[in-house]
Design a protein around this ligand. Structure first.
Ligand code: ADP
Ligand code: MG
Ligand code: MG
Length: 915
């Protein structure tokens, strides 16, 4: 038997059986439109009789040098015959003609990208029959002229303007305002004009054989799969090219048969807000695309209650049935023919992020779906868009139109920022302190610009890419950021920037859209996003936590956590910690203490400490720092009462706290040349120290635990400060859980050297204060050697935290900054790396090390607490990996916490152990 290329709408069971029962496969075979029309037929909704030619036939046709595969056309004719029976009409019959539409429809909806022809089957002969039968010649001639126009444009490639011009001319001549004002006679004349247009463009007449119309239209729809529009849409949406489109032949129903007819499109809920209730538009006495085309102004669907009450009632019932059936918001096309309702299309409707979340949560409340389904429906990216303030779309358009466009770069960190431009970090900080909204504009940023970035509402740079310092830090702090706006020139002397012919002076207002990468001059209004006010998101994420916390969410070897991942946050300041907690973080996974050393008032003491010649001198300076450190920790423990707080001891190399060598050298030389002696000696001392601390590769030099071993006074002070703070906070009635984290361990011997010395101090402080706290000592795993000797390291360390940035650098042997500047992009473009491993964990290499590390670690210490505190902790793909290898938690920047909570739940759902 020949292959089955054609299925009637009533043959869905057969089609589904052919593809193995799976609905997704059925969508692939019949296309979304065809499969859903068949599905609506199956559940008894009013769908006009029809057939679907499969996407397999399309692929065969295209592969075959544009020839129908064997047997296809005969099957199409046979099915058409069945449809004639169902519709009680005959194709091409001049007394009682059947008309059909020929509609494209692929697996994924590609709105407007492919072709559809309506009213096929009308000819000079059948149009008269239709006029008589319906006693409505105006309607019949309108349908005919629409066919010639649609067929001419879609099948015969005649520019649509040719027809539109003739239509306009006819309207003008008749003094008609709208299409519907044309009379039967005028439409008949217009059809004649249209046929002349076909003759003129093609050299042949509009086909008068209905079967020829049908076969040419089928071919045209097949070919439209490779149309320019469709191909570029697929590129953009990453839809594979080899799916092909199905062709649907559907009995025509007519919304253009007078005042009791109409056509419309509707969503079962508001696609912009998610609000329950049918939302859409329709037109009385209209056909097909009229509603979307905007020729006439459509009415709100709700007004159908007055105009066509019966049909409206039935329509609402069908919407409810469809939602119950598909368990999702539907996007529907319908037509009412003389009071009778017909369904012409349904699909899951596209919607905004806010609507997606509201609909998912509401549908759980309505018992349509369960919580896990709701959680898998929303994407992490959708959660993300809800957290950043956004520009009012219309206001942005208006700004564009008013010539206020400034520059475009890489959309590095989403959100909308409005503020006054300043060109350096100190100025940004100072102006922000005065209460100004500030936008920091720089060629690029460096670590010593961070205080300015923190003070700024948004960041705009002319250099760098999505992983540049500015971009990474901006995302970390949730600041809207555009980088690499290369049209921009900053003139630091004149304190102004120039871009695309627009000049902005320092202190003037601009607006930066981090979601799109654009910047505008002036203040564009924004719409704010407050997490706790987004009730549906809050609810959804509570469910996420519940799903992740389910015992038995994971199964694994002994010592492996049975619940899923927790989400903690990286926070250096109490305000960050409070924000993180507000976002639902269940702990602090990384508090970096070096920020505390950088503060303006403390830096001189820090420098004195570094320059100290003797241990006593150093301790003296450290004693001055201690109260500062204690007060930093104090606020943090208070904010995180009841939850764990991991504090990392000092990590960076000391030169970072001292002035830049080159600049200092220049200063000293200048002073000497000018004969200035005041302060020269001190400067020379500092310069000598800076030179002394110089390392050829500081990232692999004296830092982390190595620094603690060489210069233990600093970490001893830190441990004292943090336990004093914890005890004090506990005395005030809070519940601190300090965890001390030692960075950059490479061998257990390092821990053996330093950790006991620190634990002694901890115990000493608790004894002094008369308190016993719940505390831990652990280490970061950032060095491959540490990962593979984790069994030994876990003898001392009670917890591990993967510093995946350093771990990735050292596993690949890349220095991140150099890699991202010089070759990483090329590597990704050339497919040498599948993605940037600093954004998403490389499971085969870095991830494998993590896996080994956890297994070895838990062998020697069952129940070892394991987390991750690198940037990867906020990346959904990396979070999934952390779930799989048995992490207890991921820790990410506060603004990523909601996204991570969803991702953690999704990993738990996706990898739930089989019962
Ligand atoms: P698209 O995918 O671009 O929406 P469609 O195939 O859905 O294209 O058809 C275009 C328009 O024609 C829609 O408004 C649809 O409802 C209408 N239409 C398609 N087939 C029929 C039919 N058999 N009877 C009445 N209207 C139809
Ligand atoms: Mg459609
Ligand atoms: Mg590190």
């Amino acid at each position: 038997m020949a292959k089955k290329w054609v299925y009637l709408f009533g043959e869905l069971d057969q089609a589904q059986k052919y593809v193995g029962g799976d609905w997704q496969n059925a969508l692939g075979l019949l296309g979304g439109k065809g499969a859903n029309l068949a599905e609506m037929t199956r559940i008894g909704l009013p769908v006009p009789p029809g057939l679907t030619v499969t996407s397999e036939a399309c692929n065969a046709y295209l592969a075959n040098g544009n020839k129908f595969p064997e047997g296809m056309w005969d099957q199409e004719l046979e099915a058409l015959h069945t449809i004639e029976g169902l519709a009680g009409k005959k194709f091409g019959d001049s007394a009682n003609p059947l008309l059909v539409s020929c509609r494209s429809g692929a697996k994924f909806s590609m709105p407007g990208m492919m072709d559809t022809v309506l009213n096929i089957g009308l000819t000079d002969a059948t149009v008269e029959g239709l006029a008589k039968l319906t006693e409505n010649p105006r309607f019949a001639w309108d349908a005919y002229r629409r066919l010639i126009q649609g067929f001419g444009a879609v099948v015969l490639d005649i520019p649509d303007e040719a027809f539109e011009e003739a239509l306009d001319a006819a309207k003008k001549q008749a003094g008609a305002k709208e299409d519907v004002d044309l009379t039967a006679g005028q439409l008949k004349a217009l059809a004649g004009e249209y046929r002349k247009i076909v003759q003129k463009h093609k050299g042949f007449d509009f086909p008068q054989n209905p079967l020829e119309q049908l076969s040419l239209a089928t071919e045209a729809v097949f070919r439209s799969w490779n149309g320019r529009k469709a191909v570029s849409y697929r590129r953009h949406e990453e839809i594979p090219d080899n799916l092909g489109t199905a062709v649907n032949i559907v009995t025509m129903v007519f919304g253009n048969m007078g005042s009791t007819s109409g056509t419309g499109v509707a969503f079962t809920r508001n696609p912009s807000t998610g609000e329950k209730g049918v939302w859409g538009e329709y037109l009385i006495n209209a056909q097909g695309e009229d509603v979307v085309a905007g020729i006439r102004t459509p009415k709100k669907v709700a007004t159908m209650a007055d105009e066509l009450p019966e049909a409206y009632k039935q329509f609402l019932e069908i919407c409810a049935i469809l939602e119950k059936h598909y368990k999702n918001m539907q996007d529907i096309e319908f037509t009412i023919e003389r009071g009778r309702l017909w369904m012409l299309q349904t699909r899951n409707g596209k919607r905004t992020s806010a609507a997606e979340i509201k609909i998912a949560v509401d549908m759980v409340g309505e018992n349509l779906i369960d919580r896990k389904t709701a959680l898998t429906r929303v994407t992490p990216a959708q959660v993300n868009t809800l957290l950043h303030p956004q520009f009012d779309a219309n206001a942005k358009k208006a700004a564009q139109a008013a010539g206020k466009f400034l520059a475009k770069g890489v959309n590095a960190s989403p959100g909308a920022a409005v503020g006054q431009v300043y060109f350096d970090a100190d100025l940004c900080e100072a102006k922000a302190k005065e209460g100004q909204a500030v936008i920091m504009v720089r060629p690029f940023t460096k670590p010593d610009d961070v205080h300015g970035m923190i003070a700024a509402k948004g960041i705009l740079t002319s250099e760098g890419g999505a992983t540049s310092h500015a971009a990474v830090v901006a995302r970390q702090f949730g600041k809207p950021c555009v980088v690499g706006a290369s049209s921009m020139r900053i003139d630091f002397d004149a304190r102004k920037l120039t871009s695309n012919g627009v000049v902005v002076k320092e202190g003037e207002w601009i607006s930066v859209d981090g979601a799109t990468g654009e910047a505008f001059v002036g203040q564009i209004p924004t719409v704010a996003a407050k997490f706790e006010e987004q009730k549906d998101l809050v609810t959804l994420l509570q469910w996420a936590d519940g799903v992740a916390a389910e015992p038995g969410a994971r199964s694994g070897p002994a010592g492996y956590p049975s619940r899923g991942l927790m989400v903690w946050a990286n926070a250096d300041y109490p305000s960050d910690a409070r924000r993180a907690r507000n976002f639902g973080a269940q702990g602090i996974g990384l508090c970096r203490t070096e920020h505390m050393f950088f503060e303006q008032s403390r830096l001189p003491i820090v420098q004195r400490m570094i320059l100290a010649k003797t241990s006593e001198e150093r301790t003296e300076a450290l004693n001055e720092l201690l109260p500062f450190q204690r007060s930093d920790f104090d606020g943090l423990f208070e904010a995180m009462t009841g939850l764990p707080v991991i504090i990392r001891l000092i990590d960076p190399p000391l030169h970072e706290f001292l002035p830049d060598e080159e600049a200092l050298q220049e200063e000293v030389t200048t002073m000497k040349v000018l004969g200035k002696t005041e302060g020269l000696a001190e400067k020379e001392t500092v310069l000598a120290a800076v030179k002394g601390l110089h390392e050829s590769n500081p990232m692999m030099g004296l830092r982390g635990i190595r620094l603690s071993i060489v210069m233990p006074e600093i970490v001893q002070m830190q441990v004292r400060a943090l336990f004093e703070a914890a005890c004090d906070v506990a005395a005030r009635g809070f519940d601190p859980h300090p965890e001390v984290m030692i960075p950059l361990t490479g061998t257990v011997k390092e821990l053996e050297y330093i950790q006991p010395k620190l634990e002694v101090i901890a115990k000493q402080v608790m004894q002094e204060k008369g308190r016993q706290l719940d505390y831990k000592f652990g280490t970061m795993i950032e060095i491959p050697r540490a990962a593979v000797t984790a069994g030994e390291i876990a003898r001392l360390a009670v917890f591990f935290s993967f510093g995946t940035n350093d771990l990735t650098q050292m596993t690949y042997g890349y220095s991140r900054d150099d890699a991202e500047r010089n070759f990483l992009l090329k590597y990704v473009e050339e497919g040498i790396l599948p993605f940037n491993p600093f954004q998403t964990i490389d499971r085969d290499g870095v991830g494998r090390l993590m896996d080994i590390c956890i297994q070895e670690g838990r062998k020697s210490r069952p129940g070892l607490e394991v987390g991750i505190c690198g940037e990867h902790g906020g990346d959904p793909n990396s979070i999934e990996w952390c779930h799989l290898i048995g992490n207890n938690y991921v820790s990410c920047s506060p603004f990523r916490v909601p996204v991570a909570r969803l991702a953690a739940a999704q990993a738990a759902i996706k990898h739930a152990p089989k019962k």
